[in-house]
Ligand binder design. Structure first.
Ligand code: ATP
Length: 362
């Protein structure tokens, strides 16, 4: 028998006025998974979510929820809970009435409605605000109520469209942790749209990275961060250093690349076979570079010497800008080193497997 996923998209496509916004979107989402759609503004995240919600019809492809084809099925019959970026609470209703609204439409008994509203308010840790109106709540509290209102219907699938983006940084982080806790507690299948990589990395079981309507990669947060499938994923997630050069020597998958100003970089290619003389770009994450006061000699690392230009203390980490030839590399370490002061001569090294190499991209 064919396996039933909670949500399945098969070759979904969508265009607006001749512009293809979603190109060929396929994914199978298991029950209880937390999936993020991550990408820059305009990459088609919301459009895809709106097709799952039933606000938009796909031009091509199939969309299934719990194994049932959804073509033509209206939103209210899809067993979904939804929370959006802007607080979509009814301003003239109290918190209780807002949350109870959907249950009343379903004609549940008064007592049961009261029990369920109470329970869900406890779940979002706001048991005391039942009689307040939305304007008497903070932004974070309103989003919690919006989440409670979605959860009270006990949906099979929860759709969250940038629900944290109108909150200030601290509140965002708090509510992010709250979402993680809630998901652990109730285990509802969740699709979360965001352009914030940190939110996606911290919350998701899997992340779908999108760019211009294309799926760049689907993977666990660790895969996406440590094993980016494409240059876009590498540069979109986290900070990176880019150095362009020419392939000078090849030994199986190991490459020696030389930059224009003579820096020698050792990298290991995964699949693509490069040829001698080919122009390539290399990428190193700031936290994969280590700094020392003495030169390092090892066959498996890229080494360089440079001058510390800028030291920025960021709390748990310290960021250094190191000028190396014509380049300025960013290095991030957990322990601040008292020798690495601005103006000091330092040495850096990065392991071969931590350097990503791609065809040069202009
Ligand atoms: P954002 O984070 O900015 O919302 P997004 O990745 O969610 O970005 P979408 O809202 O899916 O992006 O929009 C993708 C593209 O489709 C945008 O260029 C947008 O202008 C266009 N678009 C979305 N809806 C429509 C529509 N109904 N008619 C025409 N174009 C649309």
């Amino acid at each position: 028998m064919e396996k039933k996923y909670d949500v399945e998209l098969r070759h979904i496509k969508k265009s607006f006025n001749g512009n293809t916004i979603v190109k060929d979107f396929s994914i199978q989402i298991e029950r209880g998974e937390f999936i993020s759609f991550l990408g820059p503004s305009g990459c088609g995240k919301t459009t895809t979510l709106n097709m799952i919600a039933g606000f938009l019809e796909a031009d091509e492809g199939e969309l299934l929820i719990k194994g049932r084809l959804m073509n033509g099925v209206p939103t209210y019959k899809r067993d979904l809970g939804m929370v959006f970026q802007t607080y979509s609470l009814f301003p003239h209703m109290t918190v209780f009435e807002n949350i109870a609204y959907g249950l009343k439409l379903r004609k549940l008994l008064k007592d049961e409605i009261a029990v369920r509203v109470k329970k869900v308010l406890e779940l979002v840790k706001l048991p005391q605000v039942q009689t307040r109106f939305p304007k008497q709540l903070s932004g974070g509290q309103r989003q919690r109520i919006a989440i409670a209102r979605a959860l009270v219907m006990e949906p099979s699938i929860l759709l969250l469209d940038e629900p944290l983006s109108n909150l200030d940084a601290k509140l965002r982080e708090e509510l992010r942790d709250e979402l993680k806790r809630l998901h652990k507690e109730i285990g509802v299948t969740t699709i979360f749209v965001t352009h914030d990589q940190e939110e996606a990395l911290s919350l998701s079981d899997r992340i779908v990275v999108l760019s211009h309507g294309n799926i760049e990669q689907i993977g666990s947060p660790s895969d996406i961060y440590h094993r980016p499938a494409t240059e876009f994923v590498h540069t979109f997630i986290g900070k990176t250093n880019r150095l362009d050069g020419t392939v000078k020597a090849l030994d199986g998958n190991d490459l020696t690349i030389q930059t224009e100003d003579g820096l020698s970089i050792k990298a290991r290619s995964k699949e693509k076979k490069f040829v001698s003389g080919e122009k390539v770009s290399t990428y190193m994450r700031p936290e994969t570079i280590q700094l020392t006061m003495d030169p390092v000699g090892s066959v498996d690392v890229t080494t360089f010497s440079g001058i510390v230009k800028l030291v920025t203390f960021l709390g748990p980490i310290t960021e250094y800008h190191i000028s190396v030839g014509k380049h300025e590399l960013i290095v991030r370490t957990q322990q601040p080193q008292r020798h690495f002061v601005e103006g000091a001569q330092v040495y850096g090294f990065c392991h071969t497997e931590d350097i990503m190499v791609v065809e040069e991209n202009f």
